[in-house]
Design a binder for this molecule. Structure first.
Ligand SMILES: N[C@@H](CCC(=O)N[C@@H](CS)C(=O)NCC(=O)O)C(=O)O
Length: 208
């Protein structure tokens, strides 16, 4: 088995979280390299694209969260083998990237600008992406986003919903996902109650 090291920030959530959960579900050993925020500026210059996550496989490194999700998804049997179902899985992961990038672009703004831009997201892009993701879920049997079983796409949407409901995003009401996309909340609970996902959070001492 290849030697794996997943590098991401030292918090629960974000672009590195789906791969951490997937590797845990697949019972695949990996070094969980958690970078404290205080160390980031020192380490940033040495990363492939100046960002995390990174995955090292037997000494070789890849970047980009969705490339990593696909790779670990294949190792953990959480990525569809059928090409069409794989494309559905990819579509959802890229759509989540679209909205995550818009939210991430507000993180370091001065307070007033952050408030204005987040309010615009709350009235526009966030409900737009949540309702469209909900439509894609319903178009594919309603339980999971691809192949009617858990995949890395489900873990990525789960991580997004958890983030939006967590209260860490100032000016984003925590009940927004529940109001605009109730089927995504049912999906969130389905994923949260998956035995592998529960075991992952229990291992880290987190109530979700
Ligand atoms: N397209 C990249 C985006 C990576 C990215 O922006 N990561 C953020 C954390 S989620 C980051 O490293 N931010 C710190 C920085 O840009 O200095 C991916 O999907 O991995």
């Amino acid at each position: 088995m290849a030697k794996l090291k997943l590098t991401y920030f030292d918090f629960h959530g974000g672009r590195g979280e789906p791969a951490r959960i997937a590797l845990s579900i697949g019972e695949i050993a990996f070094e969980d390299d958690r970078v404290p925020l205080a160390d980031w500026q020192r380490r940033k210059a040495d990363t492939l694209f100046g960002a995390l996550p990174l995955l090292e496989v037997d000494g070789q490194i890849i970047a980009q969260s969705n490339a990593i999700n696909r790779y670990v998804g294949k190792l953990a049997d959480l990525y569809p083998s059928d090409p069409w179902e794989a494309a559905l899985c990819d579509e959802v992961m890229e759509a989540v990237e679209d909205i995550v990038s818009k939210i991430a672009a507000t993180i370091n703004l001065p307070e007033e600008q952050k408030k204005t831009q987040r309010q615009a997201l709350v009235e526009g892009s966030i409900p737009f992406y949540l309702t469209r993701l909900q439509q894609r879920l319903e178009a594919h049997r309603g339980r999971y986003f691809a192949a009617d079983r858990l995949s890395v796409a489900d873990l990525k949407v789960f991580t997004l919903i958890r983030h939006l409901r967590s209260g860490v995003l100032d000016h984003v009401p925590t009940d927004l996902p529940d109001r605009v996309a109730p089927k995504l909340i049912e999906h969130y609970k389905r994923v949260k109650n998956d035995p592998g996902v529960k075991a992952y959070y229990a291992k880290h001492g987190l109530a979700i």
